[in-house]
Ligand binder design. Structure first.
Ligand code: DOR
Ligand code: ZN
Length: 346
């Protein structure tokens, strides 16, 4: 039995770092494990211009612990009025690493998102031409579509059209939650990839809802039934270069989770790589962890792989029940559990 694994330092291809005091409180958790991260733009107001992206990057850099070599990669929040020239200029000058589609009102701070994909077509055409990655929150928002079906319906109504109309567009289907999404990505062309979160590999909707409702397991897209979780585990550990690590860590103050209308988001940054390692171990696929965590993402983003490494050892610590942050507290994913792996300090 392997008791120790060393892999190239991983990157997190999907994080919410927030802003202000919360940014200050959480960025160190991501920077401790990951060398780079794709930072989501759903701030209030959202990051829609290259100037806003540069200013946000500077705030992240200022919030980093002393001596950190963490590199934030900022994304542009797409709206109905995004201008193709502006977004291209932001990409070419390095202000934006990618652009993110939030269908309007799909999730936290998405009110300014896109109302009709057709409105985005000139932007997508330009992104396809310049090779700018297109990141997708793949859920429809129609009131008549059940929340558990919103990802599958998005594939049918929207995603299949986008990939047919823009075959050269480098697209990431973010935080996939269904067998439908895993199959769609696997059978799409080489430009279509996906991120998978720790929670969608660990829990099903039963974990969230049976025996009491657990608000800290509520995120969007919502966790699905067990068959989907098993399909995601298979995809993540398959060795396919189309699937890579993206935690979707999304901190919300405890009082906004434990309330009559709680926020969506799981704060998984503190033990993210340990959480993934547990899954790969359970699947007998520890030899595939490095590709998923450290190689496939850079290949998709056309960035070099990291030169340094991390070591994980068997025998984990107990995850705290809560973590103090920004004058409140955050409940981390796996709170109170003991994970089977521990990240050795540098
Ligand atoms: O659960 C989620 N939380 N899903 C998202 O898409 C956004 C995120 C957040 O920003 O809190
Ligand atoms: Zn997200």
């Amino acid at each position: 039995m392997t008791d120790r694994i060393t892999i190239r330092r991983p990157d997190d291809w999907h994080v919410h770092l927030r802003d202000g005091d919360m940014l200050q409180a959480v960025v160190g958790y991501t920077a401790r494990q990951f060398r780079r991260a794709i930072v989501m733009p759903n701030l209030k107001p959202p990051v829609t211009t290259a100037d806003m992206a540069r200013a946000y990057r500077a705030r992240i850099m200022a919030a980093l612990p002393e001596g950190s070599d963490f590199e934030p990669l900022i994304t542009c929040y797409l709206t109905d009025t995004t201008n193709p020239d502006e977004i291209a200029q932001g990409f070419e000058t390095g202000a934006f690493a990618a652009a993110k589609l939030y269908p309007a009102n799909a999730t936290t701070n998405s009110a300014f998102g896109v109302t009709d994909i057709q409105k985005l077509y000139p932007v997508l055409a330009r992104m396809e031409k310049i090779g700018m990655p297109f990141l997708v929150h793949g859920e429809v928002t129609d009131h008549d579509v059940d929340v558990f079906d919103r990802e599958a319906v998005f594939i049918e109504r929207i995603f299949s059209r986008i990939t047919a109309d823009f075959p050269g567009l480098r697209t990431v289907f973010e935080h996939i939650t269904t067998a439908d999404a895993a199959n769609f990505v696997a059978s799409a062309g080489p430009n279509v990839a996906a991120t998978i979160t720790p929670q969608h590999l660990h829990i099903s909707r039963n974990d969230m809802l049976v025996g009491g409702i657990r608000p800290h397991l509520y995120c969007l897209p919502i966790v699905k039934r067990e068959t989907h979780r098993l399909a995601l585990r298979k995809a993540a550990t398959s060795g396919s270069a189309k699937f890579f690590l993206g935690t979707d860590t999304a901190p919300h103050a405890i009082e906004t989770k434990e309330t009559s209308c709680g926020c969506a988001g799981i704060f998984n940054a503190p033990y993210a790589i340990e959480s993934y390692a547990a899954v790969f171990d359970e699947e007998g696929a520890l030899d595939k962890l490095e590709a998923f965590a450290s190689l496939n993402g850079p290949a998709f983003y056309r960035l070099p792989v990291n030169e340094d490494s991390i070591t994980l050892v068997r025998g984990g610590e107990t995850v705290p029940m809560s973590i103090a942050a920004a004058g409140t507290s955050l409940v981390p994913f796996h709170a109170g559990e003991t994970l089977g792996w521990r990240l050795l300090a540098d």
